[in-house]
Design a binder for this molecule. Structure first.
Ligand code: ADP
Ligand code: MG
Length: 269
């Protein structure tokens, strides 16, 4: 099961209240975003801090409605969260009193999977993310990387066509992050899901994405979508040090550099 996504002229504004002056004003988080994600594509999204990356994922997740524009899953407008989309946040957001298996089962319960099926499915997905044998551990008995694997297993378990990931590896050390990236590519190849992966890491974006969407400073717009061809990526152990990688990295870095330096336009705040 997989799905395609479409954002058409999507703008999101928030009303915010200044704590000192108590005046209301508006913040445009993303503006006029047009983006299509093909079924089964792995798209990464990079942009300066505060440019609206998380907002974009929340819009796709249906956690917040757009101010204007249309967001479609397989041609149908998104009206709220749904089992067709799974989200992995930056922080693990696991239930501390439940085991790894219990956390995955909880997500299955939430989408109405019958009790008798839950344990088997949970075990299968924990196995898929390399946590076979750790099902009965509680989050505090797992490392950061393992907790994030539980979160990934949890979002995969109800088999959503779309995986929305918001800087899921940002809190991990460099080595764990790289092995999680390989793990994720392996899972993506096996399951064929549509993945939208937000990161502020250029290397991560280039390594994982078949295309990299580079956003502008706030209000976030799509500055450029960069296609990445690294050959077979994870199947080449040194893909990260290949000339193709360096080339794409430089392209994305150049696009971002101008944005990080650009001060936000006060008229847009
Ligand atoms: P990023 O993930 O790229 O760092 P965000 O999407 O979190 O950026 O935020 C983009 C802008 O929208 C920021 O200026 C942020 O303060 C604002 N923003 C995000 N969510 C809300 C909200 N719920 N209410 C008010 N402002 C928000
Ligand atoms: Mg964010």
């Amino acid at each position: 099961m997989t799905a395609r996504l479409g954002l058409h002229g999507v703008t999101k504004r928030f009303r915010v209240r200044d704590r000192r002056t108590r005046r209301w004003s508006e913040v445009t988080a993303v503006r006029d975003v047009d983006l299509d994600v093909a079924a089964g594509e792995f798209l990464t999204v990079v942009g300066p801090s505060g440019c609206g990356k998380s907002t974009l994922l929340d819009l796709l997740g249906g956690l917040t409605p757009p101010t204007s524009g249309r967001i479609l899953v397989d041609g149908e407008p998104i009206t709220g969260p749904g089992p067709d989309r799974g989200t992995v946040f930056q922080q693990y957001a696991l239930l501390p009193w439940r085991t790894a298996r219990g956390n995955v089962e909880f997500a299955l319960e939430a989408v109405g999977v019958p009790r008798r099926d839950r344990a088997g499915i949970a075990r299968e997905y924990l196995e898929l993310v390399g946590l076979g044998g750790f099902e009965d551990r509680h989050p505090h008995q797992l490392s950061g990387g393992m907790r994030q694997r539980v979160a990934i297993a949890r979002s995969l378990a109800h088999d959503p066509g779309v995986l929305l990931m918001d800087e899921p590896f940002a809190a991990l050390d460099a080595q764990t992050r790289e092995s999680m990236q390989d793990e994720l590519l392996r899972i993506w190849r096996r399951t064929g899901k549509t993945v939208v992966f937000v990161t502020h890491g250029i290397d991560e974006a280039v390594y994982l994405g078949g295309r990299v969407a580079v956003l502008t400073a706030r209000p976030g717009r799509v500055k450029r979508v960069v296609p990445v061809d690294l050959g077979e990526r994870a199947d080449v152990p040194d893909a990260r040090s290949s000339p193709a990688f360096a080339h794409h990295r430089h392209v994305v870095w150049s696009l971002l550099r101008d944005e990080v330096c650009a001060a936000p336009d006060p008229a847009e705040v």
